[in-house]
Each structure stands twice: as structure tokens, then as C-alpha cells.
Ligand binder design. Structure first.
Ligand SMILES: Cc1cc2nc3c(=O)[nH]c(=O)nc-3n(C[C@H](O)[C@H](O)[C@H](O)COP(=O)(O)O)c2cc1C
Length: 228
């Protein structure tokens, strides 16, 4: 045990020094980070330019720094670069999306989607050099084949996905949060174990030469915030 560790209820706890900054620097940093993050947009037009694998692995490791209920880290990030698998995923996603646009989505849902200009065609699922499929794990299977429950799984995996998207943006790459539901086809195509459920599908890469995004606005502070 290092001299910085103590025992609490028999478990090691390590001295930790959180990063701290002078207040004027914090103000500058938070304003600059806000400006940077505000530039993030969901992108639906990708370049096919390759991105080194190590960059994607750094991004996935960053996502996995997220907090999680009882530190269960109930996620798996599948990274797909195989054109054959990307093709299978595109075909299956478009089949689900066709059904969704034709009959699963009600009128008000379709009305809300109209400004985004989306439809059932998802060419980016093949153009982007990578797809990340995030799986959540509602439970683990221990070595005796017994189920071990995970906690706050949706909250935990949602946070990891937020960090994933921020890390992609930080890299100067782009992504789209895509949910071609139901997403069971991803579990089947990727032959995932029985305790994994598809959570999100994200194409990742460089943006196409010319990119257009919907002219939608973020809510102003007074609509999303209340000081007590
Ligand atoms: C949970 C979730 C699911 C989404 N699913 C889709 C999707 O299936 N297809 C799509 O084109 N965009 C999808 N989006 C992207 C949203 O349309 C987009 O985030 C929103 O319009 C705001 O735009 P922005 O990300 O550029 O700020 C999804 C976003 C979230 C958070």
C-alpha cells in the first residue's frame, strides 16, 4: 500500500487531488468550453476518409471514464470498420426505419421530425469509416452462469454516450446519435452475448466537404434553468 492510501471498512482509498484553477481562469475556461461545445451538431453527411484506429480507441476510453452506478461500467462499445458489417447494419437499419416512417411514428412525431429533413435512407452508415454501437448491460453473467444485476444502467450508459460524443467533437470528428428502433438487429449482426442490449448507433468520421444541418435552435438559459 502506498503512503497515500488509507483503509475505510477494509477497502483502500487513495489520496486524490482534483484539478483546480484560479477563478478568473475558470470563467475563461467555462466560456471557451461552452463556445466549443455549442459548435457540436449532429452530422448526417460523412467523408469516407479513414481515421487512425488509435484515435477511436482514445475516444472510447474517454467515454468509459463516465461515472456508473456502483462502478459497474455496464457498457460495451463495438467499433465497426468492416465494410461488410457496415453494409449489413445499413440494410437492417433502413428496413426498420422504413417501417417507422411508414407506420410506427404518429403524426405529431413525423411533424416534429420534419424540420430535420430525415427519412429512411441512411447512406452514412456505409460512408462513415466507423460505426460505434453502444450496448448496455442490464446484468452481468458471473462465472457460475448466475445473473448479477447492474444499477442505474440507462443513466450510466447515457452519461458514457455524452462523454463519447464530446470526445468525438474534441477530436474534430463528427457523429450522429442514431436510433433505428427496434435495434435488436444490432445484437444479432454483431453476435453479442445475451446480457447486452443495443443502446445507440453512432457513425463517426470526418464531415463531408459540404455539410448542411437543420436550422434549429438551442433553448435559451431561462427556458432550461431555474435558480433557487
Ligand atoms: C436519443 C437520441 C436519438 C436520436 N435519434 C436520431 C435518429 O435516429 N436519427 C437522426 O437523424 N437523428 C437522431 N437524433 C439526433 C437529434 O435529431 C439531434 O440531436 C437534435 O435534432 C438536435 O440537433 P443537434 O444534435 O445538431 O444539436 C437523436 C438524438 C438523440 C439524443
Amino acid at each position: 500500500m502506498t503512503k497515500d492510501a488509507i483503509l475505510i471498512d477494509g477497502f483502500k482509498h487513495f489520496s486524490h487531488t482534483p484539478e483546480q484553477f484560479p477563478e478568473n481562469e475558470i470563467l475563461e475556461k467555462t466560456a471557451a468550453y461552452l463556445k466549443f461545445m455549442d459548435k457540436r451538431r449532429s452530422i448526417r453527411h460523412f467523408s469516407d476518409k479513414l481515421v487512425p484506429l488509435e484515435i477511436l480507441e482514445n475516444i472510447i476510453k474517454t467515454a468509459s471514464t463516465a461515472p456508473s452506478g456502483a462502478n459497474k461500467q455496464p457498457w460495451t462499445f463495438c467499433l465497426i470498420q468492416s465494410p461488410k458489417i457496415k453494409h449489413k447494419i445499413r440494410e437492417a437499419a433502413e428496413a426498420e426505419e422504413e417501417k417507422s416512417y411508414a407506420k410506427r411514428m404518429n403524426e405529431s412525431w413525423l411533424k416534429d421530425l420534419a424540420p430535420l429533413g430525415t427519412n429512411a435512407d441512411k447512406p452514412f452508415l456505409e460512408t462513415a469509416p466507423y460505426l460505434i454501437v453502444v450496448f448496455k448491460k442490464p446484468y452481468e453473467i458471473d462465472k457460475n452462469g448466475e445473473k448479477r444485476q447492474n444499477y442505474y444502467v440507462n443513466e450510466s450508459v447515457g452519461m458514457a454516450c455524452g462523454l463519447l460524443i464530446a470526445a468525438i467533437h474534441n477530436a474534430g470528428l463528427v457523429t450522429l446519435t442514431h436510433t433505428p428502433s427496434p435495434m435488436r438487429f444490432l445484437e444479432q449482426i454483431l453476435e453479442r452475448p445475451s446480457n447486452e442490449r443495443a443502446f445507440l448507433l453512432l457513425p463517426v468520421g470526418y464531415p463531408a466537404k459540404e455539410v448542411y444541418v437543420p436550422g434549429i435552435l438551442r433553448k435559451p438559459l431561462e427556458k432550461i434553468y431555474k435558480l433557487y
